[in-house]
Design a protein around this ligand. Structure first.
Ligand SMILES: O=C(O)[C@@H](O)C(=O)CO
Ligand SMILES: [Mg+2]
Length: 260
């Protein structure tokens, strides 16, 4: 039975970010994830987690200069120092927040001919992260992003990410399996889940095509949740979706799971 995490970057946006911890707890969530903690002192976020009895299960390394089109720097040749600084910062936050998973963001490849160079840069920087995180039992997660969300991101297919995880060859590096992106790019989610068995350590869900609640669209999530049990997945499932309307009004689907 999946353990669901509220994604505070996309859910409960009716209230300011620091009020979303309370909103998620009131809605029945025990776990939370969000993209970036860096605007706030780690102690302030940890106090929110403790106040509402929440566990943080994921956040990302910093995105770089988003207004310049960056979405992660760890794959960008020449930005190794920035990548290591972001990885060190993420480690500090993960320790302070008690967070077991960090998504190390790769970056956008401006010219497909540059892919091999960006890929090797990412492999080297993820190994740096894996080795720094290992003593603390923190996992490194790598996520493919569909081109309609992030054009020219280093990884668009889950199978590309699986190949990277195998090349990086560290036992604390895993795929972050976001079924929204997976359905948009790879499809055949049953075969994909079987192929990724033991290689993924976090899941995210949203409807396809509209990235709303998991109770609509072309993915049968009841089937997927049973598939996750079948392959022995015991991690968290992040609800990384844009609510159709008021977040709480869209949580009927969650009623069947929240007190498990
Ligand atoms: O799917 C997403 O967009 C997020 O999980 C993320 O971490 C990077 O954009
Ligand atoms: Mg995702």
């Amino acid at each position: 039975m999946p353990k669901f995490a509220a994604n505070l970057s996309m859910m409960f946006t009716e209230v300011p970010f620091l009020d979303r911890f309370e909103a998620a707890a009131k809605a029945g969530f025990k776990y939370v994830e969000y993209l970036f903690p860096y605007e706030y002192p780690a102690a302030e976020l940890k106090a929110k987690l403790d106040q509402y009895g929440l566990k943080q299960v994921l956040f990302n390394t910093a995105p770089g200069n988003v207004s310049a089109g960056e979405w992660g720097v760890s794959a960008i040749p020449g930005r190794e120092a920035d990548s290591h600084r972001d990885i060190d910062q993420a480690l500090e936050y993960a320790i302070a927040l008690g967070c077991p998973n960090v998504h190390v963001m790769a970056g956008v490849v401006p010219d497909p001919k540059e892919y091999a160079k960006y890929k090797q840069t990412f492999i080297d920087n993820v190994r740096y992260a894996a080795d720094k995180f290992k003593p603390y039992g923190i996992k490194v997660l790598l996520e493919a992003l569909s081109p309609q969300v992030k054009p020219n991101y280093l990884m668009s297919s889950q199978y590309q990410t699986l190949e990277l995880v195998e090349l990086i060859n560290r036992d604390n590096v895993f795929v972050q399996l976001d079924y929204f992106h997976a359905q948009n790019v790879d499809g055949n989610l049953s075969r994909l889940t079987d192929r990724l068995k033991g290689k993924f350590a976090h899941v995210q869900i949203a409807s396809v095509p509209d990235r709303h609640e998991p109770d609509e669209g072309e993915i049968n999530y009841t089937y997927i949740f049973n598939k996750l049990d079948e392959v022995g997945y015991d991690g968290w499932v992040g609800c990384e979706y844009n609510p159709r309307g008021k977040t709480e009004d869209g949580l009927v689907w969650f009623e069947a799971y929240k007190n498990k």
